[in-house]
Write a protein that binds this ligand. Sequence first.
Ligand code: PHE
Length: 366
Amino acid sequence: IAALGLSNCNKGGGDAIKVGEFASLTGKEATFGTSSHEGTLLAVEEINAGGGVLGKKIQLLTEDNQSKPGESTNAVNKLISKDGVVAVLGEVASSRSFEAAPVCQDNKIPMISPASTNPSVTEVGDYISRACFTDPFQGAALANFATGELKATKIAMLTDVKSDYSKGLAKFFKEKFLANGGTLVTELDYNGGDKDFKAQLTTIKNGNPQAVFVPGYYTDVALIAIQAKQLGLSVPLFGGDGWESSVLLDIGKEAMNGNYFSTHCAADQGTPKMTAFVDAYKKKFNGKTPDAMAVLGYDSAMLLADAMKRAATTEGPKLRDAIAATKDFEGVSGKFSLNKNRDAVKALVFIKIEDGKFRYTATVNP
Ligand code: PHE
């Protein structure tokens, strides 16, 4: 389904380079797609203002998958077969990138996920790459955070069994946490979109954990935090990048204070590139502060343009090789290279939620 008004952005004329984007602009994870789209849009505008790529403007064609299973395959099929895009940017959520990746691979159209961290996404094939780290790294960093910073060796874990991201992050966390000498006192599941978590949280409370690991997405996490407080479960909750959305605070409010999550970068991390990006983004989007998805949307589009220049063509196999050869790319999210699996090797950051705000606390290098 075409996102009304978005599909025709940046029309560059007949001989523009068509780049496709599929995103969750509506539905359960709407902030993922809205943010990544805004970041991507800003990058395309900057690229075109600077004269474009290979003597042409970039035309961005955007499709909304409504955060729904099944829609990403349709969206990417349309972008490739009907619109004739030369590359695809997307998605944030791993399950949806995983759905679209085989379509790009089969058509020899390079796809760059800005923010999907499950390792299986790029394992689909050599046309698939990403501008972010993967969950073996994030899971290990979270395990070290638990045993190191939180000094918690007895932990409960609550996983969304509907999400590849959640299941993967839970698995990688568990491996490292157990290796660090920790004990998982309770391991329970939910289905993304559930509204009542009281049964699981009651069992978790009875296990007396020192902290609760929730590798989920923000809408569910906010409800879990509220219900945990209602049940008198007062230990810290912590999770990964799926927590990152201003909606986490809008829904969870005070229940979110004192909790932690890891993510890709922070608007207040203080690097010159980030500070400049925050200013440009605020100017374009009514004073809104960019989140990690916005930054990664921007970085993925810039990486694609950089690879097009190095390839000196938009032809699939050569563009794929140029993307895979990305070295020391100066992203807003940090400097990174792609490894042999076409995954970015880069730092992550930790955020603490305090007084209803996200505060950058630390950087972990790979
Ligand atoms: N990493 C998450 C996934 O793979 C998506 C995500 C990225 C969420 C960045 C928030 C911020 O599903």
